[in-house]
Design a protein around this ligand. Structure first.
Ligand SMILES: *Cc1c(COP(=O)(O)O)cnc(C)c1O
Length: 374
């Protein structure tokens, strides 16, 4: 039960310059927001079928191809509904008969639920591990899709993306990883994500980087004797994406903000540059936690500690809910843990758009609050 939040004013010179630490929707760079406002009557409120908007989609598709150094034959798809929609779209038109899933938190589990409910599919195979770890995915002769999650946003665990076997389509949930963690495109067939996490935009869309093998599977299942609701059809998304458009009306602000981030990342030096910003943020958070006498990184194996979403456990005598509430009252937002994990913990986004100096300032604010509370 939550009691009243203690009245604690954190000194202004201690606070982060930008107090947004949500894991999604995440901090939008003020420069991007300004650029959107400056379009005035020239962009928002114009037709998505005309070049003003389609050129933004084109630049996004070309920019993602460059950022991820996609090999010849890979294509960038997009559609509405966010990454969650891809789970149902994959169940409808990418998994042929049976899939195998790495499950190590709420998001990876949600995909399994979608697949489990699909009447035309066999029950999925699962490699599961405890929250705070990740499983090793085993090869299986009986599956045609492997489903991995690059970063479990609910627990703050990252997992290297590697093909579990030589055959089978490898589908990777990169929702909170894409743009903040390095990845080799040779290791996946479909890497999907939403714009409101490491890409510092708003929500409502999904993007997918798609290999020739995945494109071939999508096309074949679209022609098979199987009902695929049009809104979930990946083949429809392929056809529309090739024309730099979406099946139905996209959120224009999201497209614009995502393009701003993409330009910023490419100008800065690309994915390695963006990922190194997250590396520095992670270092600031975990180094502080390791040195603290009341905080510890939740993920015990340093290799598995996420560089895009950090989780830090607090000792029993420090109430995480109260700390997060005091931070919130001081304009430092969304450091609460993922509810269902049920731990006495803080969760902090470490995306490239967040400044390492602000992460350091956040840790000093936590120290300040804990000291005043004790
Ligand atoms: C946020 C998130 C999702 C859901 O994204 P939506 O855009 O809300 O559908 C899926 N997977 C992971 C790993 C996430 O972090």
């Amino acid at each position: 039960m939550r009691t009243e939040t203690p009245q604690i004013t954190i000194p202004h010179d201690l606070r982060p310059r930008d107090g947004r630490f949500a894991s999604g929707p995440s901090k939008v760079r003020p420069e991007a927001l300004r650029a959107l406002a400056e379009t005035g009557a020239g962009y928002l409120g114009t037709s998505h079928r005309k070049d003003r908007v389609k050129s933004v989609v084109r630049e996004l598709r070309e920019g993602l191809r460059e950022l991820f150094a996609l090999p010849e034959g890979y294509e960038v798809l997009l559609g509405l509904g966010g990454a969650s929609l891809v789970w149902d779209a994959a169940a409808a038109g990418l998994i042929e008969r049976r899939s195998r899933h790495a499950v190590f938190g709420e998001f990876s589990r949600k995909f399994v639920r979608s697949v489990d409910a699909a009447p035309h599919l066999e029950p999925p195979e699962i490699d599961e591990s405890d929250p705070g770890t990740h499983p090793e995915v085993q090869a299986s002769d009986d599956v045609d899709v492997y489903a991995l999650t690059h970063n479990e946003t609910s627990t703050g665990v990252m997992m290297p993306v590697r093909r579990p076997a030589t055959d089978g389509i490898v589908v990777v949930d990169g929702t909170s990883a894409a743009g903040g963690l390095r990845i080799d495109p040779a290791e996946f067939d479909l890497y999907y994500f939403s714009p409101q996490k490491a890409f510092a935009a708003d929500a409502g869309l999904w993007f997918a980087l798609c290999s020739p093998a995945a494109l071939e599977r999508i096309e074949r299942l679209a022609e098979a004797d199987r009902w695929i609701p049009p809104i979930l059809s990946l083949q429809t998304a392929v056809e529309n994406s090739r024309k730099d458009q979406t099946l139905n009306t996209p959120p224009l602000a999201t497209l614009f903000l995502m393009r701003e981030t993409l330009r910023w990342m490419l100008d800065g030096g690309g994915l390695g540059w963006a990922a190194s910003r997250s590396d520095r943020n992670a270092e600031a958070l975990y180094d502080w936690a390791a040195a603290s006498d009341y905080a510890t990184p939740f993920v015990t194996d340093p290799e598995k500690r996420s560089h895009v979403v950090g989780t830090v456990d607090l000792s029993d005598d420090v109430d995480g809910d109260t700390v997060a509430a005091v931070l919130r009252a001081n304009g430092i937002l969304d450091t609460e843990p993922y509810r269902k994990l049920g731990r006495n913990q803080l969760r902090v986004a470490l995306f490239p758009a967040i400044e390492a100096d602000d992460v350091e300032r956040l840790t000093r604010c936590v120290d300040h609050v804990v000291e005043v509370l004790s």
